[in-house]
Ligand binder design. Structure first.
Ligand code: ACM
Length: 487
């Protein structure tokens, strides 16, 4: 069986079929601009994976091994109407990759890449299989903190490449926190200009310009990844109060901050400057964001009383609604209470679940990021040099062994919007450190988010991860050599 991550819904290897040689192979594609574009992406990716050029051509030479790419409503498992469904069949000639939508076709290509093997002569070939597949959850994301330490465009693009290869479709960027403001706001340019030279490491400052954010969203969109920006409020706001003294009751700007503590900073509801600040910043973000979502934080506002906190949550819901976007907040907001349309992101498993069950009863949907499984900044082992441990130690198996449907009893499965891994960067400031924490665990989250529970199997996954590492080595991506995996 091929080593596909995440494990597809159905994989079969019919008897008597042989590998498709990639020697002289070509892609052919349907006529639409989207099919042609995805075929060009497939050609570039497959050529790198297989080590031989597999060009896109209009008319293949007779007898040349060909792989046909097309958008086709009939793609995917029998009876599935999931928009991301796809089929890969390398047992027929030409081989076929079909997706019900452009995203489905793109995911078929990602699966095709994982079929690269060598034939009996040692030449590159594709394993002969039929895969029909569709995801369990439509929202499969990574929360990436670029506020504690900033990571530049090139590194963010590599993160997107890796996300896309494991069929993630959301990059949620935590853009603001006590340690820095990492996005240019047209109406408040001083935020990024004056409050981005700080960071947890003391060396990884910086911010995304408007042009960067534009480019990043385009890069992500070509890979079917939606960028969800997070402006964290009303806590985690020291980067703002360090610039605007008038956001403070005493009128004095706070000191800049490069420490590790959380929960000390806040906005103040009753100041006349507060709502205009929130409106300016969120209207800016809505204006520059292609996706339908704005995340507005809501976590760890530990210095606020419940009443003032609740007023903030309602205001944030109102302001985001006024921008036309859909609001997402961290779990604390559920107790405020949140409105039915607010998406709640679950993270701290130590907390009382009652407010989440209540929010679910009101109609909220949930993104599951339980800290003890999905927080990929947790150390692998107690002695691990990187990461934190407050939510537990997370080796590969712990990242793998959980079910989003059972993490909060009382939240019905059909109100689970999806899954996000999270990577907080207090202790991480280089690309190698980032990927050391992401890999292999991100592939575990990929399978949690995509694969039906009855298709998940730790022993089988372990073997597939070892195969996946070949591409990480080739691409120079750091990864943790987990002792749970036979590399
Ligand atoms: C969080 O980890 N404070 C969302």
């Amino acid at each position: 069986m091929p080593a596909i991550i995440p494990q597809p819904l159905q994989v079969s290897t019919p008897q008597g079929t042989t590998a498709l040689s990639l020697d002289g192979a070509v892609f052919i594609a349907g006529p639409s601009a989207t099919e042609q574009r995805i075929a060009l992406q497939a050609s570039a990716l497959m050529s790198a994976d297989a080590g031989v050029t597999v060009p896109l051509t209009e008319a293949p030479e007779p007898g040349a091994p060909a792989i046909q790419l097309r958008i086709d409503a009939a793609a995917g498992p029998e009876g599935s109407d999931h928009p991301e469904r796809y089929t890969v069949d390398t047992t027929v000639r030409p081989a076929v990759v079909s997706g019900a939508t452009p995203a489905g076709l793109y995911y078929g290509v990602q699966t095709l890449r994982q079929l690269v093997t060598t034939d009996t002569f040692g030449a590159p070939a594709l394993e002969a299989v039929v895969v029909t597949d569709a995801p369990r959850y439509g929202w499969r994301g990574l929360t990436l903190d670029i506020a504690r330490n900033f990571f530049p465009m090139k590194q963010l693009e590599i993160v997107i490449d890796v996300l896309a290869s494991y069929k993630f479709n959301v990059l949620h960027l935590h853009l603001t926190d006590d340690q820095g403001w990492r996005i240019e706001n047209p109406s408040r340019p001083e935020l990024a200009k004056l409050s981005s030279d700080t960071s947890n490491s003391g060396k990884a400052g910086g911010y995304l310009t408007l042009a960067d954010f534009r480019q990043l969203q385009d890069y992500a969109a070509e890979r079917f990844v939606t960028v969800v920006p997070e402006i964290d409020m009303p806590g985690h706001t020291n980067a703002a109060t360090a610039i605007y003294g008038d956001l403070r009751p005493d009128g004095k700007a706070t000191d800049k901050y490069e420490g590790m503590e959380v929960g000390f900073s806040q906005l103040t509801f009753d100041l006349p400057t507060t709502e205009p600040f929130i409106r300016d910043v969120l209207t800016d973000m809505a204006g520059i964001t292609d996706g339908d979502y704005l995340h507005v934080g809501g976590d760890e506002a530990l210095t606020l009383g419940a009443e003032e906190y609740a007023k903030f949550i309602t205001l944030l819901e109102d302001v985001v609604a006024d921008t036309g976007k859909q609001v997402i907040m961290w779990q604390e907001a559920a107790a405020a209470p949140t409105r039915p349309g607010t998406i709640v992101q679950y993270w701290d498993t130590r907390s009382d679940k009652t407010p989440f069950v209540e929010a679910a009863k009101r109609g909220s949907r949930f993104i599951m990021s339980p800290g003890n499984h999905a927080y990929l900044d947790m150390k692998y082992t107690a002695e691990y040099p990187l990461g934190q441990d407050w939510a537990g130690l997370i080796e590969a198996r712990t990242a793998y062994d959980w079910d989003p449907a059972t993490v909060i009893e009382g939240v019905p499965e059909d109100q689970i919007h999806g899954v996000e891994a999270a990577l907080w960067t207090e202790t991480l400031s280089t690309q190698d450190e980032l990927f050391d924490m992401l890999l292999p665990r991100l592939t575990a989250t990929a399978e949690v988010a995509w694969t039906a529970p009855e298709r998940k199997d730790w022993e089988d996954y372990r073997a597939r991860v070892a195969v996946a590492a070949a591409s990480w080595r080739r691409d120079g991506l750091a990864f943790h050599q987990s002792p749970q995996i036979d590399w």
